[in-house]
Design a protein around this ligand. Structure first.
Ligand code: 5GP
Ligand code: MN
Length: 350
């Protein structure tokens, strides 16, 4: 029922961990619940199971809505490169084993990528995105038909000889982090749910994970501003005749609503609640570019749209990218025009 993890790969991984003295765990820029959940769970395993020295290196800070995830010890071992570039690069340079989680290659770690390229450490990929950059890694666990990097990590850990398919061997902290990652990446079990997803969730619950508390922290602790801004954005959203909804959020609007990074997580899914909407595109102005999020219903490829028009990619139904100012559009106000042309082209040529 659930994914089989190759025994040969587990033997190699076990040898890599056993012989490592310093370990770096890296994830993608703007780390989300799956990125933070999987990295924190892996660090907990390496620390409690192997007593290894391990730091998590994130390219930039994660949203404060995920503040509940790291414990006091994690906080001392998470290096945010945008805040502390020398410490981040130094940790990677001094590590003999590097894990990349929830990103398909170095590029998605943006500012961390040069340190990864320069490093001679053995590198392991654990990821669930399309197009893994296998040549960058000594060992790859890559699977797209799975809910999350957290679920894939769980499968890998369950296959380790010291865990032996018994999740109670892992710390409660690791189990909660894994539950958080799979919950946020599936949009609370609405997308990318496979038989193995529910089987894993069931085993985490049986092991004592308090899912109600996690749900409370993820979905019921927002500031009022988020909801107010979402109300405004739904009013502003446009629906094109092709069944594509798009919303553009300017820097000025973010200031007006005093919105913090990550507080609009999940907004992009909302327009898909409309029957005729097949794809939702959300642009958020961020310095000299827009950050782009795309979600689609089955039969429409968010990934193709993100790859062709928005310098990005991701999964078939959930992708992202960016739109550069002035690279792709002369000024921010031209974004709607760009999107409408892109969608016309997308449907003409697909
Ligand atoms: P989100 O909309 O939540 O930022 O991203 C949705 C999905 O698209 C995630 O799986 C994420 O990894 C992927 N994604 C987001 N931005 C980019 C990007 O710039 N490049 C690529 N290749 N994938 C992205
Ligand atoms: Mn993920």
């Amino acid at each position: 029922m659930s994914l089989a993890i190759s025994t040969e790969k587990i033997i190699i991984l076990e040898r890599m961990i056993r012989t490592a003295t310093r370990i770096a765990v890296v994830t993608h820029v703007h780390p989300d619940g799956d990125a933070m959940g999987s990295t924190i769970a892996l660090r907990s395993y390496l620390k409690t199971g192997w007593n290894k020295e391990c730091c998590i290196v994130i390219p930039d800070a994660c949203s404060e809505t995920l503040d509940f995830l790291p414990d006091a010890d994690d906080r001392e071992h998470i290096i945010c490169r945008s805040e502390n570039p020398d410490a981040a690069d130094g940790w990677i340079a001094g590590s003999d084993l590097v894990f990349c989680l929830d990103c398909n290659g170095f590029e998605r770690t943006e500012s961390v990528a040069p340190a990864l390229l320069a490093s001679n450490a053995e590198k392991v990929l654990i990821d669930h995105h399309l197009h893994p950059q296998e040549e960058q890694f000594a060992l790859c666990f890559s699977e797209c038909e799975i809910s999350s990097a957290s679920e894939l990590l769980y499968r890998v850990l369950m296959a380790m000889p010291d865990v032996h398919d018994d999740c109670s061997v892992l710390s409660m902290h690791a189990l909660e982090a894994l539950m958080t990652g799979m919950t946020t990446d599936t949009n609370n079990f609405a997308n990318s749910v496979y038989p193995g997803t529910l089987e894993m969730a069931s085993r985490l619950l049986a092991a004592g994970v308090d899912r109600n508390a996690i749900i409370e922290r993820i979905y019921n602790c927002y500031r009022e501003n988020r909801l107010r801004l979402i109300g405004y954005l739904l009013g502003k959203m446009k629906i094109l005749p092709q069944g594509v909804a798009y919303t553009v959020l300017t820097a000025e609007e973010q200031r007006r609503y005093d919105i913090h990074d990550g507080e609009l997580e999940g907004y992009v899914n909302m327009p898909l609640a409309i029957g005729k909407v097949k794809m939702s595109i959300f642009l958020k102005e961020d310095g000299e570019r827009f950050r782009v999020s795309i979600r689609s219903k089955k039969g429409t490829s968010a990934n193709a749209c993100a790859t062709r028009y928005f310098n990005g990619g991701g999964h078939e139904q959930a992708s992202g990218g960016r739109l550069y100012i002035p690279g792709d559009i002369a000024e921010a106000s031209k974004a709607p025009e760009y999107i409408e042309k892109a969608i016309e082209d997308f449907y003409k040529n697909s």
